[in-house]
Design a protein around this ligand. Structure first.
Ligand code: NAP
Length: 330
């Protein structure tokens, strides 16, 4: 790439687009060049909020902009595949919000297209890049807390949104598993790998999506990772990893930047804290820019196979719970 600064375009002007645009301000090798919305007025307003030079009234118009190197896809899950393929067809690199499509067929098609076009593609699994999550992985892998015997990973909030909102709307592939449960499942896979066995059960909405779900992974016969996700109630969003010599605690909002607390069975305690430049989304953005500038098509830290493994697990859990997205699960 001739210039050493990656030019970003964002499509979708909702909640996460605002958060990501805020983080991009501190990313050195990146510049926010354009925003696209279904609605020109929203695009113009977003552009003025973040001093973005160009605003487009359709996603396709943004894709046609020759100055845009990479498109950040911040639309609802059901559009991730369509929007990613649109970007790749216009020869843009892509950072696609999680999940990467809504099932393994979609993830695979997205990845195959990126491969064919020789373009970068990554799922925006931002927690993977946070220093507290990386530290936790280091501690667990080093054996410092002994052999892991139990993980408890929770993510529950009370969604005030109505049935039409993407949290619940089955046409937008609503439900807790793909939206927030994805973080729990990611953490188990990241720290312990693929389970030997799992169980899952969901409380379904009238539309057939999951309002609440619980799922437990079993490893090596005696190690469990117990998880739940829900839009039905506020409860501590914590993760604890219990080993034979101690435990690691990621406190409330564990998937965000935060502290890592290690308590050893002999009474010692270690607390790790980290300085974060913005809201934490800058880490994934930095990884994307660095990979693109290095001519890579995927990240070693969150690879295509990582996204596929995560999606396969979510497919299996949805199947066990009887959740289908009629327009997507063929
Ligand atoms: N990484 C994270 O921490 C995180 C956090 C929240 C969400 N997310 C992910 O980001 C995606 C978007 O979530 P969000 O919370 O930003 O959603 P949101 O606030 O509803 O925004 C989504 C945007 O997508 C566009 N859109 C296109 N078709 C739409 C449709 N049929 N209905 C609604 N919006 C539509 C809209 O932008 P225009 O009208 O401008 O086109 C809308 O503002 C989801 O896939 C979610 O998983 C990630």
């Amino acid at each position: 790439m001739e210039n050493q600064c990656i030019k970003w375009g964002i499509i979708g002007t909702g909640r996460i687009a605002h958060t990501f645009a805020t983080a991009l301000q501190v990313v050195t090798n990146s510049e926010l060049a354009a925003v696209g919305s279904r609605d020109m007025e929203k695009a113009t307003q977003f552009a003025s909020e973040f001093q973005i030079p160009k605003a487009y009234g359709s996603y396709e118009d943004l894709m046609k902009d020759p100055e845009v190197d990479v498109v950040y896809i911040a639309t609802p899950h059901n559009l991730h595949e369509t929007n990613t393929l649109l970007a790749l067809n216009h020869h843009k690199h892509v950072l696609c919000e999680k999940p990467m499509g809504v099932n393994l067929q979609e993830s695979t098609r997205m990845i195959e297209k990126a491969k064919t076009e020789n373009l970068f593609l990554m799922e925006a699994l931002w927690s993977r890049f946070l220093p507290n999550i990386i530290k936790t992985k280091e501690i667990v892998t080093s054996g410092e807390i002994g052999e892991v015997k139990l993980m408890t990973v929770f993510f529950s909030l009370r969604s005030k949104n109505g049935p039409e909102h993407r949290h619940f709307n089955i046409d937008l592939c609503g439900g807790s598993i793909l939206d927030i449960g994805i973080y729990n499942i990611f953490l188990s896979l990241f720290l312990l790998g693929k389970p030997q066995q799992f169980t899952a059960i969901a409380g379904l909405s009238e539309q057939g999506g999951d309002n609440s779900s619980s799922y437990t992974f079993r490893y090596n016969n005696d190690t469990l990772s117990v998880m739940y996700s829900s839009f039905m109630g506020e409860s501590p969003i914590v993760a604890e990893i219990h080993g034979t010599k101690g435990k690691v605690t990621l406190e409330h909002l564990w998937f965000c930047p935060g502290k890592v607390k290690v308590n050893y069975l002999d009474g010692r305690e270690n607390i790790f804290e980290f300085n974060v430049k913005s809201n934490g989304y800058e880490y994934e953005a930095e990884e994307v820019a660095t990979c693109i500038l290095a001519g890579k098509t995927q990240s070693d830290l969150w690879s295509w196979s990582d996204s596929k493994q995560l999606m396969s697990m979510m497919d299996a859990i949805r199947k066990e719970c009887g959740i289908t997205y009629p327009a997507h699960d063929k």
